[in-house]
Design a protein around this ligand. Structure first.
Ligand code: F6P
Length: 394
């Protein structure tokens, strides 16, 4: 990462890390501020960050090198992608990173975060810096003032990434503008596609499975059945809930293409959008069977699934791992959507989406609990979401 303090680097870095991990790349974030606090203690006022402060400069370089060492150690052992979350605002610092990458055989890509909106910068300072351990000993206003002085030190030495510095992405004003150089490989393309959609607007999202279907009643999987009578009662309750909640006034409803989600959402008087990518996991030759049928008629399939539910692919169907790939357009649509969302989906597909939203381990997703007739409300905080579960029908 590259950029002045309070431009949203850590926000974007964490988003990238979450997205890449979810999509199966072993990704880890190395935050230089965390290393500084561990190595040197937390409380540094702005003078420490002045480019004129020789001692401070040497200490900051030592911290940067320690974080880089750890990063390369991890890449050598376990990693596919590491994100070095630091200001890296001088050419000298980026030269150091590029040289080390070259000697390790690692491809560097600079992602520079630029924000020209003063109100955004102020909000970031107030939200993320005032509560930082760096400022435990200052009042909120003193902390803001000190942080502004810190930014001024960095700004006095800032050299934006130049054309001659290798490959880069410049992400400007929450993705209003992107400038790219040489991002042609798979990972680069994946990153560009993500950043094109990442607009950094925070909104609540509600997830629910469809109401009970006729096939849920007889424990059959897949298919395109209608709602059961109790599923229809759930649909009524859900519509009432939406009407009663002010936070859901501007909600947009997303469903799959299957009848049971469309019927569940049909009473909700809000804009609706259908995504075929939200259809339930395709159980291939097992569609229309019960789990007991599968154990009896296709025991080797039942055993294989129990052994590795994440990677197991139904014959002529899908695995959870496949579902992640299928759900990518939904995740990207979520990242660019400014309005709050209500997603009416299915058990497996919601597990996959929920895992992205919560930043949980993808391999654990087949075991996430997504019960029927329960609304899951996720409210975003700066770096993660809080969660509440509301049972609408017992
Ligand atoms: O049983 C309902 C259902 O949505 C099926 O259509 C689907 O195959 C299943 O849940 C997914 O859950 P699991 O992966 O635990 O079998």
């Amino acid at each position: 990462m590259v950029g002045l303090p309070a431009r949203g680097k850590t926000y974007v870095a964490r988003k990238i890390a979450r997205y890449l991990s979810w999509s199966g790349r072993r990704t880890r974030l190395f935050n230089a501020g965390d290393y500084r606090r561990v190595m040197l203690g937390a409380q540094h006022t702005h003078e420490f960050f002045s480019p004129e402060n020789a001692e401070g400069k040497a200490s900051r370089l030592a911290v940067a090198k320690a974080a880089l060492d750890e990063m390369f150690k991890w890449l050598r052992l376990d990693g596919d992608v590491s994100i070095y979350d630091a200001t890296n605002t001088t050419r000298a610092r980026r030269d150091l990173i590029r040289e080390q990458c070259e000697s390790e055989g690692v491809r560097p890509l600079f992602v520079e975060i630029i924000c020209t909106n003063e109100a955004e910068i102020e909000a970031t300072i107030r939200e993320t810096k005032v509560a930082s351990p760096d400022y435990a000993f200052l009042s909120a206003d003193e902390a803001v003032q000190d942080f502004r002085n810190r930014i001024a030190h960095y700004a006095s030495a800032y050299e934006p990434v130049g054309e001659d510095e290798g490959d880069f992405i410049k992400y400007i004003d929450k993705g209003a503008k992107l400038i790219l150089k040489n991002v042609h490989d798979d990972l680069g393309q994946q990153l560009v596609r993500f950043l094109l959609n990442l607009r950094g607007t925070r909104k609540s999202i509600w997830l629910t499975r469809h109401g009970e279907s006729m096939w849920n009643r007889s424990n059959l999987i897949g298919g395109d059945p209608d709602l059961s009578p109790s599923g229809r009662i759930f649909a009524d309750r859900l519509a009432e809930f939406v009407n009663e909640h002010e936070a859901m006034r501007d909600v947009v409803v997303w469903t799959s293409m299957l009848k049971r989600t469309i019927q569940t959402a049909s009473k909700i008087a809000r804009p609706q959008q259908v995504f075929h990518q939200l259809d339930e996991i395709n159980a291939g030759i097992c569609e229309g069977m019960s789990y007991a049928d599968i154990r009896q008629k296709l025991p080797e399939e039942a055993v294989a699934r129990a052994r590795d539910k994440f990677r197991y692919r139904y014959p002529r169907g899908e695995s959870y791992q496949d579902l992640i790939e299928r759900v990518v357009p939904v995740v990207l649509a979520y990242e660019r959507e400014p309005r709050p969302l209500l997603v009416v989906g299915h058990q497996a597909v919601l597990r996959v989406f929920y895992t992205y939203l919560m930043g949980a381990s993808p391999e654990g997703c087949p075991h996430v609990s997504i019960p029927l007739h329960t609304l899951i409300e996720l409210s975003p905080r700066i770096y993660d979401c809080s969660e509440e579960r509301i049972a609408l029908l017992q």
